[in-house]
Write a protein that binds this ligand. Structure first.
Ligand SMILES: Cc1cc2nc3c(=O)[nH]c(=O)nc-3n(C[C@H](O)[C@H](O)[C@H](O)COP(=O)(O)O)c2cc1C
Length: 225
């Protein structure tokens, strides 16, 4: 009889222990059903413990990503293109050439006459291609040759076509002797929502070796890398 009682007691104790383990989960992982199969998902606490302590740092590093910049230029005979490429190299920018849908003649006198006519007519010559993801850029370097004391009219097409508010515009120009003329002020009027930096002017003959001048200008306007 005494032996029977102790066997019953042992069975009772065993049953109670098994019950209490299944109610508390036993293992801290809780089973979840995935497509009919059970698998073990870590508990919330485990998730917290496993989260990378450096996560906060990574988030703030991502927030400090560098400004994205684009060089946009028009060039008829290549001088402005040289400067555009130097800026691209020194700033790690993307680059876009404004190409007219209707190409200009290769003949100097013809272009001089047409450019004057376009200016008198306040023309907006069509641009062949468009810029992808323009909204992504923070800084836009805008380059052109001085034509008749102003930007070529196709630059006005560019400013009409894209929203530059909130961006920084850095103007650059090549010319015979007129410098930037009034083009920087003109850009400020065209884009009141943008910040327009001091402009860079490089004479036609110096445009084949623009690196030093470009570097100095980028430092002055606070955009050197
Ligand atoms: C149609 C036309 C008009 C120009 N008008 C001027 C001008 O008013 N003042 C000036 O200094 N240079 C003028 N130039 C000279 C250009 O600004 C200069 O050669 C420039 O560096 C050319 O740049 P690009 O090779 O990028 O086209 C003119 C050139 C052309 C073709």
């Amino acid at each position: 009889m005494k032996k029977l009682m102790s066997v019953i007691l042992v069975v009772l104790l065993f049953t109670l222990t098994a019950c209490s383990e299944s109610q508390s989960g036993g293992d801290s992982s809780s089973p979840v059903s995935q497509g009919g199969e059970l698998s073990f998902a870590p508990s919330d606490k485990q998730n917290e413990e496993q989260s990378d302590p450096d996560d906060t740092e990574e988030t703030s590093e991502t927030a400090e990503t560098a400004l994205k910049s684009l060089v946009v230029y028009f060039s008829w005979s290549g001088n402005t293109e040289n400067v555009a490429n130097a800026i691209k190299e020194q700033t790690d920018s993307d680059i876009f050439e404004i190409v007219p849908a209707t190409p200009y003649s290769d003949d100097y006198d013809t272009v001089v006459d047409l450019a004057q006519q376009e200016q008198r007519n306040n023309a907006r010559p069509e641009i062949a291609d468009s810029i992808e993801n323009f909204a992504e850029y923070d800084v836009v370097y805008v380059g052109f040759p001085n034509w008749w004391g102003d930007m070529p009219m196709i630059l006005y097409t560019f400013f009409d076509s894209y929203d530059l508010s909130g961006k920084t515009i850095a103007p650059f120009c090549t010319s015979g002797g007129s410098g930037l003329s009034n083009t920087v002020n003109e850009m400020k009027e065209l884009e009141p929502g943008a910040t327009v930096t001091d402009g860079l002017h490089i004479g036609s003959s110096a445009s084949s070796d623009p690196d030093d001048t470009v570097g100095k200008w980028l430092s002055e306007i606070g955009l050197a890398k």
